[in-house]
Design a binder for this molecule. Structure first.
Ligand code: COA
Length: 262
């Protein structure tokens, strides 16, 4: 077991190939102040090239909140320039999660509101505890989402459902979030981390280069500067020059389990 980041705002632990990243501001319902987001970004980028880590479970401390939003007390007095910088920096943090070459799973253990919902949406997969609550309540604060909520919510649940949630500020429960496709699974809270581990344990047996490539290909679809189909064609072709491709196909033909080296 090892850690990769020292911070009061987050805790990290690497065990059995998984980075457990926990937002550690329980008394503030894990509200995301700017430093916490920086710390999350640092911890995620630190494992991009770390061969010991094959996946990430991101959660919030305590049983009540994943993250109840950006830290309202911190930004309440920001001016236009500071607000713009806060949003741009937040986009950068969430993009770093989305681009992570190892799957990042949000283990949503309670309130996932505003920036907390946006953080969960930047992850590749979302697993919710039965008590989880989701919403983008920024309109109640005289604001819009600033960490790509208007973009990723529409991608995940469709434009109509996203717009309804965004303009009403409605908070929905885990079952409804599952019904509309915002989360992949809903489980009892005491099984939340185990469910995430079950998913990542499947990932761990696959070819790491292929996992990273899948993430790049899917991300390319949503990147207006890229042609996702061309990205996939190039990525696919490049695999024919890798050892893992040779090992995977050979193992299939020899009816044995592949031993991928990445
Ligand atoms: N930013 C800063 N502090 C927050 C916060 C946020 N987004 N969400 C909760 N907190 C703090 C509260 O201020 C309180 O701190 P205090 O004990 O020092 O007063 C503590 O976390 C506990 O929250 P509290 O509101 O007392 O808990 P609750 O169970 O009554 O309500 C919520 C829970 C989630 C409904 C409520 O905290 C809330 O509405 N939070 C803001 C949600 C939001 O608008 N998020 C979008 C922000 S862009």
């Amino acid at each position: 077991m090892s850690t990769i980041a020292m911070s009061d705002n987050i805790t990290t632990r690497i065990e059995n190939g998984i980075l457990y990243l926990t937002i550690n501001r329980e008394t503030k319902l894990n509200a995301l102040n700017i430093q916490t987001l920086k710390d999350i970004k640092e911890a995620i980028i630190a494992i991009y090239e770390n061969k010991e880590v094959q996946g990430v479970i991101l959660t919030g401390a305590g049983a009540k909140a994943f993250a109840a939003g950006a830290d309202i007390a911190e930004f309440a007095n920001f001016n236009v320039e500071e607000g713009t910088r806060m949003s741009a920096d937040g986009h950068g943090v969430l993009n770093a999660i989305e681009k992570c070459p190892k799957p990042v799973i949000a283990a949503v253990n309670g309130f996932s509101l505003g920036g907390g919902c946006e953080l969960a949406m930047a992850c590749h997969i979302r697993v919710a505890a039965e008590n989880a609550k989701f919403g983008q309540p920024e309109v109640n604060l005289g604001l819009v989402p600033g960490y790509a909520g208007t973009q990723r919510l529409a991608q995940l649940v469709g434009r109509g459902r996203a717009l309804e949630l965004l303009v009403t500020g409605d908070v929905i429960n885990a079952a409804e979030a599952h019904r509309i496709g915002l989360v992949n699974h809903v489980v009892p809270q005491d099984q939340l981390i185990a469910k995430c581990e079950e998913i990542l344990n499947k990932v761990k047996s696959k070819a790491p280069l292929a996992i990273a490539s899948v993430v790049r290909c899917v991300n390319a679809h949503y990147d207006k500067k890229m042609d996702g189909n061309n990205v996939e064609i190039n990525e696919f072709g490049n695999f024919f020059g890798t050892e893992d491709f040779k090992e995977g196909t050979q193992a299939f033909l020899e009816k044995r389990t592949a031993n991928f080296k990445g």
